[in-house]
Design a protein around this ligand. Structure first.
Ligand SMILES: [Fe+2]
Length: 428
């Protein structure tokens, strides 16, 4: 009988190691080479003196280690890990570094982080099954990966109840508390009172936008759960529309770089006013009165530390008076209008009907969403919740960590991309 032994890929196996004046060069079995400097290696020591194996916190005192640590001996252990005996002031201090962890921290490898998959109107929203997502961690992982790569997914066969929606969102993490008391929001075409709460609840066509633009923390994941859809006219009423904000921002950058710069550098205020609102809180059988007065000054296009587009704040209906210098206003309006036009280009908009039981889950920091208008004959009920980015990333990182098969001592503190690299290290 042949026993298959899982082994790490050649890229994660050390072929040889060379000590240099300021660090070590690792030559990997796939011929790639990585330089690690001594200070970074010394600071990253995971021995029980330098790192708390129970709390996973660093124990090392950065002020106590030399600024130019010296290596006495470097070798490869039997397990194929990097072994360093330090010299100089720290003679005899012993550090062992997991080879895979080192590979996942190679700066040349990290610099090759793949970009998200941008899409246009031909995009077919990836679909998953509610029961599978709920019961199978492997499917949950695939779903979250898709959300990361494309920004939008649909979950089918979700029980058409608030509990059904909550259970799906809670598979990822805690539901974001809303400032309007109930944590689930409801869009109901026949509920006149709702139409006064939010521009989105009216029957006109809802142009593409991002939610929570007026909140300091614009929620990341939005879940829209179709509970009812009855359309006697059988036309495209209340069809869902989504567009890839990263793609649109990229187009803007190519076509009008000066407009891109304005929208990513100038601040735009957004507001949210809701006074004298009463809502029921079924959990404790009470009515709660509250007021909300939000105002957020932000960029329409937010860039990350690498200058990549990260988050869009685009909600024309909740745009407050611009505070720009008068001499910049004209050009800013031009840029804003150009972006508005680009967003509504049909070739970039994916349109589909959300059927009862389907939940559209999308990254509100990337995907712009809207819907076609509807008439009074339509009966449509959609419930929604949001989950914050931290909860989303945390769940994804935990699942990635599990796939690596590595100990928490090495997983703690890995960047998202390092974890992705490590999750793919095993040969099968
Ligand atoms: Fe919305």
């Amino acid at each position: 009988m042949i026993t298959l032994v899982q082994q790490v890929k050649l890229a994660f196996q050390i072929n040889s190691v060379v000590k240099t004046e300021k660090g070590v060069v690792i030559i990997w079995k796939d011929s790639h080479e990585t330089f690690f400097d001594n200070l970074w290696l010394r600071d990253s020591c995971r021995c029980s003196e330098c790192f708390q194996h129970d709390t996973l916190g660093k124990n090392i005192d950065l002020l106590q280690i030399p600024l130019a640590p010296k290596i006495d001996r470097v070798s490869i252990t039997q397990e194929d890990n990097l072994d360093i005996i330090w010299g100089g002031e720290e003679q005899g201090h012993h550090s062992v570094y997991d080879a895979s962890w080192l590979r996942a921290h190679c700066s040349k490898v990290l610099a090759q982080k793949p970009r998200p998959q941008l899409w246009d109107g031909s995009f077919e929203v990836p679909q998953f099954d509610y029961s599978e997502v709920l019961n199978d961690d492997e499917v949950l992982f695939k779903w979250l990966n898709k959300l990361y790569k494309t920004g939008a997914t649909i979950i089918n066969e979700t029980p058409k109840t608030e509990e059904g929606l909550k259970s799906l969102a809670q598979r990822i993490g805690m539901i974001r508390p809303r400032y309007h008391p109930t944590n689930i929001f409801k869009l109901d075409t026949t509920d006149e009172a709702l139409h006064k709460i939010n521009p989105s609840y009216k029957s006109d066509r809802l142009y593409l936008h991002a939610d929570y633009a007026a909140y300091d923390n614009a929620a990341t994941l939005i879940f829209l759960h179709c509970v009812e859809y009855e359309n006697p006219d059988k036309d495209e009423q209340a069809y869902s529309l989504i567009a890839d904000g990263l793609k649109i921002a990229e187009l803007l950058k190519e076509q009008k770089p000066e407009y891109f710069n304005l929208l990513s550098q100038e601040y735009v205020p957004f507001y949210r006013r809701r006074f004298s609102v009463q809502e029921e809180i079924p959990e404790n059988d009470s009515i709660y009165n509250y007021q909300w007065e939000g105002y957020h000054l932000g960029h329409i296009i937010n860039l990350d530390t690498q200058g990549e587009v990260r988050l869009l704040r685009f909600r024309s209906k909740l745009r407050a008076p611009f505070l720009l210098d008068p001499d910049k206003r004209q050009q800013f309006y031009e840029a804003y209008r150009y972006f508005m036009t680009l967003i509504e280009q049909p070739e970039y908009i994916c349109r589909f009907l959300m059927a009862p039981g389907q939940v559209l889950v999308f990254n509100n920091r990337r995907i712009l969403h809207g819907r076609t208008g509807y008439s009074n004959s339509l009966r449509r009920v959609v419930n929604g919740v949001a989950v914050d980015e931290e909860a989303f990333r945390s769940r994804w990182r935990i699942l990635l960590g599990r796939k690596t098969g590595m100990s928490d001592v090495w997983l703690a503190g890995c960047s998202d991309y390092s974890l992705e690299i490590l999750a793919d290290r095993m040969m099968f």
